[in-house]
Design a protein around this ligand. Structure first.
Ligand code: G16
Length: 567
């Protein structure tokens, strides 16, 4: 019989989940009782009345502190009467894999939620970030109502419960059973983190057709891939699907070994942090490339010669070709969705197909209700997130396989597909400027200053580089969830011009120190506007960017002349 200890604690300040879970510097998590407190709050706030006897999935992206946190979660779960944990071997799971397992259930038994250990695309290692987030029984990130409850509990917590003597060998798959004082049987199943996810992908895509594409049977020449897992969670899934099943050459699968510090890299798949992939693709030896983030939910798609596909375009191309993916052939495509800062390319596809389109706040959690209600099946965000209702998280490997499937069906390369899309629908040119780690006071002032001025913007003309735009509307985006009626406000300052061009400013909710300001700019070029259709995005959007920087007084408030990252 394993005993339970109640540990008296004082609550910590600031255990408030952001866009997707609580993300903090490793040092903060290493304070005595910090992790245990938050885990107790997650179990109480996330599972509520269902806590005793519940079944929960646990795992993370392999970053520094994951194994320690998994062991703490096992001991605290036992002491809280959780009945059954499904834990990835070595505490490892990608975020999409956890979502998939929650939805599929385990050996016929429903699962009540999941705890994912990740700070996603933030760097790892002792000096990096760690994070914990809770996913609900639908497999999706907890909505605001649940994270608010977790935060409230964390803020008042006076003790947590733990089975200090319980030892579970998470390095070895198998079933472990314990007898916990007062609760009785507590079961931990340590499972292979890949197999269920690989089976799910096999059920969605036509692997034989993709294999035929890769090995030259469709285009009359091999279609060569180059993938960068950035030492994050996709590595084992990529090795299993792309190398073992689809027989890609392992030399084309880069950084597939998960590392606690991501090998020192910043595991964010964008043009800045995945530059080595961009450079290698630029040599013209490969036909498609992709990079994935730390926990495997983000993706960046590139074509031959490093042709960059913006996430907004990637979503729109997948939407337009949705019937190429076997999974969608047998289901009703009811609608698509995108986050507000994402350029509206997919809206045009929705209109052409006569299906609904939804514009949500930033954060995958806002898509869940729409999917659960059957109102949309495919969605994406400019922050390199693309996914469908097969799970309730964005899914990097899924997005890459979707592209391969579309290429195999349409028999066209990546750049050809995107340019054909622009010729049909026009081009929603997009760029994002990130000002990372700026001083929080200055960032907040910038937002307050801009919002106060916006009241007088309507009808005002703004010019830069000889181009003038007239403001149509200016607001702080708010979203009324069409399914449950909940209202989410203050989701980003939008200045929209009469020609539909716009810029948006919002503060990131995923950073761990200081503040990150994101400036999103987009504009539409009609298919008939041949002179502009193929121009570089930065050239097309320059006047709008200059206007946004001037109006927001970016340099004055942040002291930054240049952004950290341009996408
Ligand atoms: C998380 C959410 C995404 C969201 C992104 C934006 O991504 O899951 O839905 O788009 O944050 O973050 P920010 O608030 O920094 O703009 P991830 O990949 O970090 O889990």
């Amino acid at each position: 019989m394993i005993g339970i200890t109640t540990v008296d604690v004082k609550p910590f300040e600031g255990q408030k989940p952001g866009t997707s879970g609580l993300r903090k510097r490793v040092k903060e998590w290493q304070q005595e009782h910090y992790t245990e407190n938050f885990v107790q709050a997650v179990l109480d706030g996330g599972l509520g009345d269902k806590k005793v006897g519940s079944t929960v999935v646990v795992g993370g992206d392999g970053r520094f502190l994951c194994v320690e946190a998994v062991n703490a979660i096992i001991k605290i779960s036992a002491a809280n009467g959780i009945g059954h944990l499904i834990v990835g071997q070595n505490g490892f799971f990608s975020t999409p894999a956890v979502s998939g397992i929650i939805r599929a259930g385990f050996q016929g038994k429903p699962i009540d939620g999941g705890i994912i250990l990740t700070a996603s695309h933030n760097p790892g290692g002792p000096k990096g970030d760690f994070g914990i987030k809770f996913n609900c029984e639908n497999g999706g990130p907890a909505p605001d109502s649940v994270t608010d409850r977790i935060y409230k509990i964390a803020s008042y917590l006076t003790s947590y419960r733990i089975c200090n003597d319980l030892q579970c060998n998470v390095a070895q798959t198998g079933q472990y059973t314990f007898d916990v004082d007062g609760f009785g049987k507590f079961v931990v199943d340590v499972v292979d983190p890949c197999s269920a996810y690989v089976d799910l992908m096999r059920s969605i895509f036509d692997f034989d057709k993709i294999k035929a594409l890769l090995h030259g049977e469709i285009l009359g020449r091999p279609f060569r891939v180059l993938l960068d897992s950035m030492h994050g969670a996709t590595g084992p899934y990529v090795s299993s699907i792309l190398a073992d099943i689809l027989k890609c050459d392992p030399v084309d699968l880069l950084r597939t070994l998960p590392k606690v510090d991501f090998g020192g890299c910043h595991p964010d798949p964008n043009l800045t942090y995945a530059k080595s992939l961009v450079d290698q693709l630029g040599q013209g030896q490969h036909d498609i490339g992709a990079a994935f983030d730390g926990d495997g939910d983000r993706n960046m798609i590139l074509g031959k010669n490093a042709f960059f596909v913006t996430p907004s375009d990637s979503l729109a191309v997948i939407a337009d070709n949705i019937q190429c993916i076997p999974y969608f052939r047998s289901k009703k495509v009811t609608g698509f969705a995108r986050s507000m800062p994402t350029a509206a390319a997919v809206d045009l596809v929705a209109k052409a197909k006569g299906v609904d389109i939804f514009e949500t706040p930033t954060g995958w959690k806002y898509f869940g209700n729409l999917m659960d209600a059957g109102r949309m099946v495919l969605c994406g965000e400019e922050s390199f997130g693309t996914g469908s209702d097969h799970i309730r998280e964005k899914d990097g490997v899924w997005a890459f396989l979707a592209w391969l499937q579309i290429v195999a069906e349409r028999k066209m390369g990546v750049e050809e597909l995107v340019k054909a899309h622009w010729a049909k629908y026009g081009r929603n040119v997009f760029t994002r400027y990130d000002y990372e780690n700026v001083e929080a006071g200055g960032a907040n002032l910038l937002m307050t200053f801009l919002e106060a001025q916006m009241l007088g913007f309507k009808g005002k003309e703004m010019s830069a580089n000889g181009v003038t735009y007239k403001v149509d509307t200016a607001d702080n985006f708010e979203y009324r969830d069409p399914v449950d009626g909940s209202l989410t406000s203050k989701q980003g300052l939008r200045i929209v011009f009469t020609d539909g061009s716009r810029f948006v400013l919002r503060l990131s909710g995923t950073g761990s120190a200081g503040a990150t300001i994101r400036l999103y700019v987009d504009s539409y070029v009609a298919p008939s506007d041949q002179s502009k259709l193929l121009l570089p995005a930065q050239e097309l959007l320059r006047p709008l960017v200059l206007i946004a920087l001037e109006v927001s007084k970016m340099e004055q408030f942040t002291g930054r002349r240049e952004p950290t990252v341009i996408t």
